[in-house]
Design a binder for this molecule. Structure first.
Ligand code: AOF
Ligand code: ZN
Length: 374
């Protein structure tokens, strides 16, 4: 193995890093999926890494951590230009890269985010590090297409999650939904909550299940709990309201909601935001999501019942779906996306689908189609 890898080898390494990046699919969006490989000064692989979850370390940092001291004098190969900007969820990568003493950085494609685009070149050069960008440019750019498309969006990335019976029901005919999915699926839901900025439900879910909506995964962080409740009819005794002083809860209602109800809910520590009146019995999902975006929420886990999930789906503001399909037959009960459908030829068909076994359940994940089918 030569100390300085040639172009053909670098291209193979970027391709390998792209395969690593794909392990982050469905867990990092709206961030880009990114993979990285570190070679030591002799050209041997010393570390591999990828961006694994929203809010977690970037790919370069993971690969450099695995390489440790072996990174000194070596080469970092990464599918995306390293970030140079601070004020995000994680510290910028460029200074961390400089600190490891690598001699060379090879990036697959430039980062289109205005805050950091092009900065790695100057900053790495200033530190005496050789930098090349554009190795397998087209493939690397294609790998971050969803990130790029979402960059200018005025709403968060929305992951719709539900657990259903094998015959597509999210509760039995009496409304009971505990527990359709198995233990392992429910643990995974806690991980999904821990990697979301906010979890969103409608009032119906609070009334039916009285969930805590906290993250009980080890080391997990609680998302903001958001309830869409046009008339503020949610019970002040419900868990999300009663515990709002420890874990923030935001209630989004329509303007004109009862002032005394509002005062009572606020007295318990819940925060209330009013939206323009949008007809009886509903809060406009897109408007609610814009409110969350305005507060810095970038990734939402939608854990609502079928009526609210159906409204999001029909508004076209679902980006990703995570469905736990459990081997139980209910025969009757509500659908996960209630309230009007599509003829088959117009129905949204998920893209880049991944099916994973989770205990005895199947976890089916996919991206909402980028363009509605015609
Ligand atoms: C990632 N993963 O491996 C790299 C990224 O909010 P943060 O701190 O996670 O930063 C996200 C930005 O960092 C993202 O928009 C992109 O510009 C840059 N690079 N992002 O999520 C990675 N290398
Ligand atoms: Zn970074």
């Amino acid at each position: 193995m030569s100390g300085s890898p040639d172009r053909a080898r670098l291209e193979r390494l970027v391709a390998e890093a792209l395969a690593l990046a794909a392990h982050g699919r469905f867990r990092v969006e709206p961030n880009p999926i990114v993979g990285a490989i570190v070679l030591d000064r002799d050209g041997a692989v010393a570390g591999r890494g990828f961006h694994a979850r929203w809010g977690g370390p970037h790919a370069e940092i993971a690969a450099l951590a695995e390489a440790g001291e072996r990174a000194r004098g070596g080469t970092l190969v990464v599918t995306l230009e390293p970030c140079a900007n601070s004020g995000k969820k994680t510290p910028p990568c460029v200074p961390a890269i400089v600190a490891t003493g690598v001699a060379r950085v090879v990036a697959g494609t430039g980062d289109p985010s205005p805050a950091t685009a092009g900065r790695a070149a100057n900053e790495l050069a200033a530190a005496g590090i050789l930098y090349e960008c554009g190795m397998l440019d087209e493939k690397c750019r294609a790998s971050i297409a969803r990130f790029v498309r979402h960059l200018g969006s005025d709403r968060p990335w929305i992951v719709a999650k539900w657990a259903m019976s094998i015959d597509g029901r999210i509760a039995d005919a009496a409304g009971a939904s505990r527990w359709i999915s198995g233990d392992r699926s429910r643990e995974l839901v806690h991980e999904l909550r821990g990697a979301a900025d906010a979890v969103v439900v409608g009032r119906g879910t609070i009334e039916a299940d009285d969930p805590s909506l906290t993250c009980r995964a080890p080391g997990g962080r609680n998302p903001l709990r958001v309830v869409l409740d046009s008339t503020l009819a949610v019970s002040p005794e419900s868990k999300v309201v009663a515990t709002a002083r420890e874990t923030p809860t935001l209630l989004i209602c329509s303007e004109g909601a009862d002032a005394s109800r509002r005062a009572e809910l606020e007295r318990r520590g819940a925060e209330v935001v009013e939206l323009a009146w949008d007809g009886p019995g509903q809060v406009d999902p897109a408007a609610a999501m814009r409110v969350l975006h305005g507060r810095g929420v970038r990734r939402v886990l939608l854990e609502s019942g079928g009526r609210v999930a159906g409204a999001f789906a029909r508004a076209g503001i679902v980006d990703q779906v995570a469905v736990f399909s459990a081997p139980i037959l209910l025969g009757a009960g509500p659908s996960p996306t209630h309230g009007g459908g599509w003829p088959i030829e117009e129905a949204p068909r998920l893209e880049d689908v991944r099916v994973t076994s989770v205990g005895e359940d199947a976890l089916i994940e996919g991206y909402w189609p980028s363009r509605p089918s015609t």
